[in-house]
Ligand binder design. Structure first.
Ligand SMILES: [Zn+2]
Length: 171
């Protein structure tokens, strides 16, 4: 899986173009270990709301869904892990009548521009490592510390939804 484009939209929504190299292998029923390991790493995913046709919980849905849909939820989860906000949402769409097969568009809300960019890259790395069973490539404690640092930096630069009061000079 590759995130090939990131576009910032209005209203704090970011749109990703995601390419799946093998369109026949882009759903989790083909790689059952992927959602299983992801939920083990991030148990809080259990509490995610998920709007799906069958009215499933996200865990139920995760067993047979598009891998970019897992990416969407992971980007939301990573932002929530390091920054105190909740209620971010997202959406995953595709239309292979128009786009090349294997292309997805993932929309995710964010509060902090720097943080969401870093969360996108980390989520991509995690999904690919799990997909390829290359857990050795991950150091989650280190990666989350790094993400936390970026969230702090983003806040100090005023790149988040809460405006920095004008009378407080930025460091
Ligand atoms: Zn969902």
């Amino acid at each position: 899986m590759r995130v090939t484009e990131v576009v910032f939209h209005e209203n704090r929504i970011v749109r990703l173009t995601v390419e799946m190299p093998d369109p026949e292998r882009c759903t989790t029923d083909k790689v059952p270990h992927l959602p299983r390991m992801l939920f083990r790493m991030f148990p809080h995913l259990e509490h995610h709301e998920c709007d799906n046709l069958r009215g499933y919980s996200f865990r139920q849905e995760s067993r047979c869904t598009e891998i970019p849909h897992l990416l969407e939820h992971l980007i939301i989860e990573l932002q929530g892990q390091v920054s105190p906000h909740s209620g971010l949402s997202g959406e995953t769409q595709w239309n292979w009548m128009v786009d090349p097969r294997g292309r997805f568009h993932v929309y995710v809300q964010y509060e902090n521009e720097l943080l969401v960019l870093a969360a996108i890259r980390l989520a991509e790395k995690i999904i690919n490592a799990l997909d390829n069973r290359e857990l050795g490539l991950l150091d989650l404690t280190d990666d989350l510390d790094h993400l936390r640092e970026i969230a702090r930096l983003g806040r100090s630069l005023g790149l988040c939804a809460t405006p920095v009061p004008e009378d407080i000079p930025l460091a």
